[in-house]
Design a protein around this ligand. Sequence first.
Ligand code: NAD
Length: 509
Amino acid sequence: MTVQQKMKTLTHFINGVEVAGTSGRFSEVYNPSTGEVIAQAPLATKEEVKQAIQLAKAAFPGWKKTAIGKRVEVLHHFRQLLIEKQDELIALICEESGKTREDAKGEIVRGIESVDMAISAPQMLKGEYSVNVGGNINAFSAKSPLGVVATIAPFNFPVMVPLAITSMAVAVGNAVILKPSERVPISALFISKLWKEAGLPDGIWTVVNGDKEAVNELLENKEIQAISFVGSTPVAEYIYQTGTKHNKRVAAFGGGKNFMIVMPDANLEQTANAFLGAAYGAASQRCMAISGALVVGKDTEQRFTDILKEKIAQLKIGPYTDPEVDFGPVITQQSKDVIIRYIDGAIAEGANLVIDGRNPKICETSKGFYLGPTLLNNVTPDMTIFKEEVFGPARIVVGVQTLQEAIDVINNHELGNGVTMFTNSGAAARKFQEEIEVGMVGVNVPIPIPVGYHNFGGWKRSKFGEGHMFGPDQARFFTKAKTISERWPDETENTTSTFAFPSNNDVKS
Ligand code: NAD
């Protein structure tokens, strides 16, 4: 059978059913481990997106009125299905993203954490109540869903990010439209079927596949009330600026350049082990991946680099079908080419290549998009490889003299998603936590990604807008507050008209 014959044509998922695309435009979906095209995803027209929005709008009032307990029942069922079907889901994630099975499983577990948080929606939706704020008037505030909301996801977490940006939105009563990455649309379509099986009414969960054309309709359409975006910083900034121009609530999560500060008193063996997984796991295609080590002191820098060199040489790269591999390929050949250009550029700017992963030996016939772990030292903050996010396994070691210098270097970086520090000193850790200008901070933790019930989000150009992913802030993002003042006068009560502005007290000097 030829590759062409194996290729599947995907659909959208609109109003509870799979709907074929009509644009005639498609994106190719690869298996990055083999380099083969495995499917083609339709790229929606503006008109197709408009129709999907109208159907979501029609479904919204019914879901909004559904008792919160009933809504949560659907989420419980959905959670159960994610667990029951996790092997199928792992297989899909591996095939379309190239992740190892263990890594794919980890992303499902973290995705389910978002569903768990969404199951706590009744707690999140409890309002505030004040009795007798004046003249037998009671006041209370309640949270209402927004209506139709749009979510736009990146390629690197085909399941976790879609679950993280949609579950709470569904639970608090919105109709949600997801635009997955055109590079990994298969898992999102599979999730759609689980929502349906869980009993979610048609129209409350929609998947439109597409590219910029579909996204622009979501940004401009007046029926879309809010946008939760996850992806690269340039696109995040565009989404924020365009969405807010069209009066939408926008939270746009962008890229990261996440450093690990290594102090001279740290256990270097343990720190190097932490660095390896956090820096190279998932072929470094994580927004919270450690991009490089900022090592304090010349001697520590040399010793740490030597330990890394030895350990990196032991890493195994290959397809997810081999359970022994530490990480797989990057997502596309284009992505591989970009990463190689960053490595070449860094060498041209004066960095030293400690380990070269540009031509990994996988197997003679593999056409997968593999890159081996690469390490560069003698890197300085003025180099491109320091300044920009590299979404692939090229990592750097930067020498600094003091903790203060490390903090300053990080604070001067335009990105501020995550950061971590390895040390045995409580005083150094405290100074670091207080002074660092980054959204998610770790101490002796390889990847400081918050658990599902804490807010997730970077600072500076790693996030645009006010909302957070995960955590209680997400329930606020996907709802609007209504404040009600009510009084039920007795029939016999004498009332008069009052023309002064309502207030309780006279101003006293
Ligand atoms: P991307 O920005 O290329 O794409 C993200 C989404 O935006 C996709 O759905 C894509 O179709 C859409 N898109 C792309 N270009 C667009 C354009 N010009 N106009 C409108 N829409 C557009 O990101 P990616 O390569 O899929 O994902 C990797 C990036 O995502 C990395 O930068 C990574 O750090 C970031 N990321 C961030 C977080 C976070 O929480 N901060 C989490 C995961 C990934």
